[in-house]
Design a protein around this ligand. Structure first.
Ligand SMILES: [Fe+2]
Length: 232
């Protein structure tokens, strides 16, 4: 378990150390588009986990808070008061809030389809157990890193930020948080490959993530430190 953990945690660390704080509004919008593809496989993997552990009440609760849920509603132009939807559908609607360069959009979509094909070629067991690594602090750390970005001006990015801030709350809640709901699942040794594919998707979609940023300009949000960002 420790070997498994260190392999995927190294990739998470790499993603967190990307130059999020240096991204322009356009680059961050493409990162949001890349994340949409992650959110599709997240839902699919969660359903795989439910199929693998059909009697796990914790997983049932997690599914209830990620799929067909109103816990991100309302949001302007995306979700009406109490409107229920899957979280990837929320992201799909968010992407429609601002116009993107069609050529660059095509690049991200091509990388996204390739990413989904690779994730879908993993075993059901790997996909199901990836949920432990996503919910047990992995995504929370990635989301805190993304929130280091400086430019959130357009409606698409405001919607993406709402998604990120709300999810940090869902995952880290001391009682009944998503991190607690996945403790019965032990990640498969191949789960690091899924994280590596996510890293590759991000870099293919936003090459600027690998630019070198002087450390003095980087503000790091520590685990447990709430982002000082407005959230409706
Ligand atoms: Fe979650």
């Amino acid at each position: 378990m420790d070997d498994v953990r260190s392999s995927y945690k190294a990739v998470i660390k790499e993603i967190c150390e990307f130059a999020w704080s240096s991204l322009s509004e356009t680059e961050l919008s493409f990162a949001a588009r890349a994340y949409y593809y992650f959110s599709i496989q997240f839902r699919e993997n969660l359903l795989a986990a439910r199929n693998l552990y059909p009697d796990d009440p914790q997983l049932a609760k997690l599914l209830f808070e990620e799929c067909d849920t109103a816990n991100l509603s309302p949001w302007p132009g995306v979700a009406a008061e109490n409107e229920r939807m899957d979280h990837d559908d929320f992201m799909r609607r968010v992407l429609q809030l601002s116009v993107m360069d069609p050529k660059l959009q095509h690049t991200v979509d091509a990388a996204g389809y390739q990413y989904l094909a690779k994730v879908r070629s993993a075993t059901c067991y790997t996909r199901a157990t990836s949920i432990r690594t996503y919910e047990d602090g992995g995504l929370e750390n990635v989301f805190r890193a993304i929130l280091r970005a400086q430019h959130w001006e357009n409606p698409l990015l405001l919607g993406f930020r709402h998604f990120l801030v709300k999810h940090i709350g869902f995952d880290s809640a001391p009682e009944g948080g998503h991190g607690h709901l996945v403790q019965n699942i032990a990640p498969d040794e191949s789960v690091g490959n899924l994280w590596a594919e996510f890293r590759n998707l991000l870099v293919a979609s936003v090459p600027g993530l690998t630019r070198v940023v002087p450390m003095s300009t980087v503000t790091v949000l520590q685990a447990g430190q709430a982002p000082s960002l407005p959230c409706q």
